[in-house]
Design a protein around this ligand. Structure first.
Ligand code: HEC
Length: 190
């Protein structure tokens, strides 16, 4: 069962942006903002700021964490479609794709089975260019058989990246039961 994750990445990025702001956005000496004299001197050295950025980088979620979210949303998409709750299915397919993008940004290059580096993006593109639009079309058409077919095609494309990443044991199948029981899949009655 997956627990909801705090937006660590977002917070860390904001913190990095704030620190970067201290470096790049220092107002010129003597500048006067809203009648107050600002202090132009940064109170941290570059070394301290670099250490802080390294510390914040250590707080960023790893790729496995982002992928667990991918699995969570993909699983919810399945049960939402089964319940013919098409808006909920669409939400989860969109989240699946955006979390795949996030996972690739966390670690864009991995080692393959032969220990050589390879880029992950083409594997993400293979999903976003085929199975995901097919799932979205099936959702728009409220077509469950077409959704199930494209879902299976998506899992095959997901698995291709796991194999390429030297993790062939991360096999995928349509889920038998939801990861978490907190989402009510039943659509509103018309
Ligand atoms: C671009 C490559 C890529 C794609 C596409 C991809 N995965 Fe992954 N996935 C990985 C990698 C790499 C890992 C292992 C991450 C790690 O351990 O650092 C992983 C791990 C996982 C895990 C295990 C997470 C955990 O730690 O418990 C699940 C579940 C998962 N993927 C589901 C999916 C699903 C479902 C899809 C398709 C909707 C998908 N993945 C698409 C690369 C990919």
């Amino acid at each position: 069962m997956k627990t909801p994750k705090p937006p660590v990445a977002g917070l860390a990025l904001i913190a990095v942006a704030v620190i970067a702001g201290q470096i790049f956005l220092i107002p010129p000496a003597g500048s006067n903002l809203m009648g107050q004299t600002s202090n132009p001197a940064p109170d941290k050295t570059i070394k301290e700021l670099t250490d802080e950025i390294v510390r914040l980088q250590g707080l960023l979620p790893d790729q496995s964490h982002a992928m667990a979210d991918v699995g969570y949303h993909m699983s919810h998409a399945w049960f939402a479609a089964k319940a013919k709750n098409w808006p909920l299915a669409k939400f989860n397919v969109d989240e699946t794709m955006s979390h795949i993008g996030w996972a690739v940004r966390i670690k864009p290059i991995r080692k393959g089975p032969d220990n050589s580096d390879f880029p992950l993006q083409p594997y993400a593109d293979a999903i976003s260019g085929g199975p995901i639009p097919e799932m979205q079309t099936a959702i728009r058409n409220a077509d469950l058989p077409a959704f199930e077919k494209s879902y299976q095609a998506a899992l095959t494309a997901c698995y291709a990246c796991h194999v390429a990443s030297a993790k062939p044991y991360l096999k995928l199948k349509p889920p038998a039961m939801p990861d978490s029981g907190i989402i009510d899949y039943q659509p509103d009655s018309p």
